[in-house]
Design a protein around this ligand. Structure first.
Ligand SMILES: Cc1cc2nc3c(=O)[nH]c(=O)nc-3n(C[C@H](O)[C@H](O)[C@H](O)COP(=O)(O)OP(=O)(O)OC[C@H]3O[C@@H](n4cnc5c(N)ncnc54)[C@H](O)[C@@H]3O)c2cc1C
Length: 246
């Protein structure tokens, strides 16, 4: 029996596992995919405050670029926001892998959690690799959380995020964001310089890769996609279970 089962080996699950094992708890991470950090579902634009959590992050070889401005474009005007040393553009797959290397507990890959049941003395976790038991459980399983569903936490609205990258060097320090409600009613487009690559993206309720292709005139590019939950859950703590992260 474990002290803590962490469902989901994303950044939040891995960090939760690390904090708890450092406190001496017996932890296991259950991750449905075969590799940590894959498939990629994130642009990796993060505040430099990340260094407060991981002072050694610059040595991890995950930072692809550094940005200091955002230009918000609307059909009629532009707003330039500048902040020195504002953000890093990181390779999220590599970042998650680095995090997983810091976790000493077992990370069970290809282990999909199907359901979770709170028993009198433990939490019982049903997976494709058998049943696991623990004192506590951390549901860090992202936008479509099985743990949250099992707790009847009202499903939140999710929006789609689509990314297209092209092999074009771009070391500029500016992130562009485009808002145009005639072309996309409930979302926005973006362009992120990733150093060796240039990323185009779109986020919205019912976006498709065609939106991206049309807006930026994209033809050949690498595709990535993911879901983003909107808002937070009303309650994130339950008997023996916490919901953390996305
Ligand atoms: C297109 C896109 C671009 C984004 N860009 C940015 C950005 O630039 N900056 C930023 O800060 N954020 C960005 N985000 C948001 C960011 O990706 C999330 O906030 C972050 O990944 C949340 O981390 P998490 O660990 O909570 O969840 P996740 O990263 O979603 O991790 C959840 C993990 O749980 C696993 N899992 C799910 N269900 C199960 C199950 N039943 N059993 C076992 N394992 C399971 C998944 O495989 C996954 O590994 C973006 C999101 C998208 C979709």
């Amino acid at each position: 029996m474990f002290d803590l089962i962490v469902v989901g080996g994303g950044p939040v699950g891995l960090y939760t596992a690390k904090l708890c094992e450092d406190l001496g708890h017996k932890v296991v991470v259950l991750e449905e995919h075969g590799k940590v950090g894959e498939p990629l579902q994130c642009s990796g634009l993060i505040s430099r405050n990340i260094e407060r959590f991981f002072p050694e992050v610059r040595e991890w070889n995950v930072i692809e670029n550094e940005v200091n401005s955002a230009v918000l474009h609307s059909p009629k005007s532009e707003l330039v926001l500048k902040k020195k040393n504002a953000a890093y553009v990181i390779d999220r797959s590599k970042f998650d892998k680095k995090l997983s290397e810091m976790v000493r507990s077992k990370i069970m890959l290809n282990c999909r959690v199907r359901s979770v049941a709170v028993k009198k003395d433990c939490v019982e976790v049903n997976t494709n690799k058998g049943v696991f038991e623990s004192e506590m459980l951390a549901g860090c399983d992202g936008a479509n959380s099985v743990v949250a569903k099992g707790l009847c936490v009202k499903p939140r609205e999710t929006i789609k995020g689509l990314i297209g990258t092209v092999n074009k060097k771009d070391r500029s320090e500016i992130v562009d964001m485009y808002f145009d409600k005639d072309r996309l009613r409930d979302g926005f487009f973006w362009k992120i310089p990733r150093g060796k690559k240039l990323e185009y993206g779109v986020l919205g309720g019912d976006v498709k890769f065609e939106n991206l292709e049309k807006f930026f005139g994209l033809k050949r590019y690498e595709k990535f996609a993911g879901l983003i939950p909107i808002g937070s859950v009303k309650k994130s703590y339950f008997d023996r279970i916490l919901l953390i992260g996305n």
